[in-house]
Design a protein around this ligand. Structure first.
Ligand SMILES: *Cc1c(COP(=O)(O)O)cnc(C)c1O
Length: 395
């Protein structure tokens, strides 16, 4: 008999009842260092007091009003996010993929409004992940995600990761946009190279293409800056984000320049819940923490400590780990091809550290941005113990 919760997740055998800061507590009261945060969602750890207070206070005022009416928290959050980014305007959603879909729609609308509807195709990157709508699975197809769901949406040309020649070759008169995750998450925590980004920017200028970034996972402080594009010295036309922006409350956003967004007039898009007062109060509270003086300098310092710890781990167990890479609090350790990463991660869970798998046989490490050096050390020590235990099962 099928489970009452649709079993589309290959779940681990753990049940969590409570979280506090960088820790999760299971049903037996055992604590774990949370090196996963969902998938990089709990950017400020679990139950950050400032965010909890903002949510409770808003819950006593008003939960929902439609987007036909103004709410000061919505306008304040949009003002603060546009001031802190390349964007001139923002649309709030409940999830990453909803923001992603709007980015796709805006791309098409932009060229269509200029009398160029034939420019509708988006170049996407293999092993990327954009979510689970028909559009997003068409842009980032993997067999297990698309089998049986066809016909897929037309309009995506998929090129290998970080391959400048392939990108250039894929551009045709029908190309509207280049779409990348600034740092790939599901694909195995893979930052694009500076050379690739520079080439992408030059090609987009030469061929009149939009640049649309998916920063659902790598945005909102995850890499040690508010947005990952800030590491690379360029700005996009469109950007979708979610995960860290709500620190665990469902919230996403599509950021756009005025040039691209100006064709999205009343009636062209909408959302019942997007931008609701609860989410907006939480979003503002998250920004209070992230935009405080010195916050990101401190994140980058602790992230460096994390990266060094993971580097040492990889060096100490060369039979298990091939390479370590990442940016800020978005780190990955790629396992050797013959190592079953999920099994290794289960041993890590047993030792008291929550990590999750990513593509390319990678152990994915996405701690809360507020994690202390001491908590990082506790997590890394647990990973050492797990690696040692796992080695013993191999011999
Ligand atoms: C998680 C994720 C999404 C989808 O977000 P949802 O909130 O699950 O819809 C899209 N893109 C990237 C890069 C992601 O990591």
């Amino acid at each position: 008999m099928i489970q009452s919760v649709l079993p589309v997740y290959n779940t681990f055998g753990l049940t969590f009842l409570r979280g506090e800061g960088a820790y999760l507590f299971d049903e037996h009261g055992k604590h774990y260092v949370d090196f996963a945060c969902g998938y990089g969602v709990n950017s400020l750890g679990h139950c950050h007091p400032h965010v909890v207070t903002a949510l409770k206070e808003q819950a006593d005022k008003v939960w929902h009003i439609s987007n036909m009416f103004h709410h000061p928290e919505r306008e304040r959050l949009a003002d603060r996010l546009t001031s802190a980014s390349f964007a001139d305007t923002i649309f709030f959603t409940n999830s990453g993929v909803e923001a992603w879909e709007l980015g796709l729609k805006m791309t098409r609308k932009y060229f269509s409004a200029q009398g160029k509807p034939e420019k509708y195709r988006m170049i996407c990157i293999s092993e990327a992940f954009h979510g689970r709508t028909m559009g997003a699975i068409s842009a980032a197809p993997r067999s297990y995600m698309i089998d049986g769901f066809g016909p897929l949406l037309d309009g995506f040309d998929i090129v290998p990761f970080n391959d400048i020649a392939a990108l250039e070759k894929a551009i045709t008169p029908a190309t509207a946009a280049i779409h990348i995750e600034t740092v790939q998450g599901e694909g195995g925590i893979r930052p694009h190279s500076q050379a690739y980004i520079d080439a992408m920017v030059a090609l987009s200028q030469k061929h009149d293409l939009l640049i649309f970034l998916d920063e659902v996972q790598c945005g909102m402080g995850r890499t040690g800056k508010l947005f990952a594009y800030e590491h690379f010295g360029f700005t996009p036309d469109l950007l979708c984000t979610a995960k860290g922006i709500g620190a665990g409350f469902p919230l996403g956003a599509l950021f756009a320049t005025e040039r691209v967004a100006k064709h999205m007039v009343a009636g062209t898009h909408g959302s019942t819940y997007g931008g609701n007062p609860l989410a907006m109060a939480v979003g503002n509270a998250v920004l209070d923490v992230m935009l405080a003086d010195g916050f990101f300098a401190d994140v980058e310092r602790r992230a460096q400590h994390l990266a060094e710890g993971l580097q040492n781990l990889a060096a100490q167990f060369p039979k298990l780990y091939a390479v370590h890479r990442g940016l800020g609090m978005m780190q990955g350790v790629q396992c050797q091809p013959d190592i079953p990463v999920r099994k290794l991660i289960e041993v890590m869970h047993g030792e008291g550290v929550i990590s999750i798998p990513a593509g390319n046989n990678t152990v994915r490490i996405l701690p809360p941005l507020i994690i202390s050096e001491k908590e990082i050390d506790e997590g890394i020590t647990a990973m050492h113990h797990a690696s040692q235990k796992f080695m013993e099962t191999l011999s």
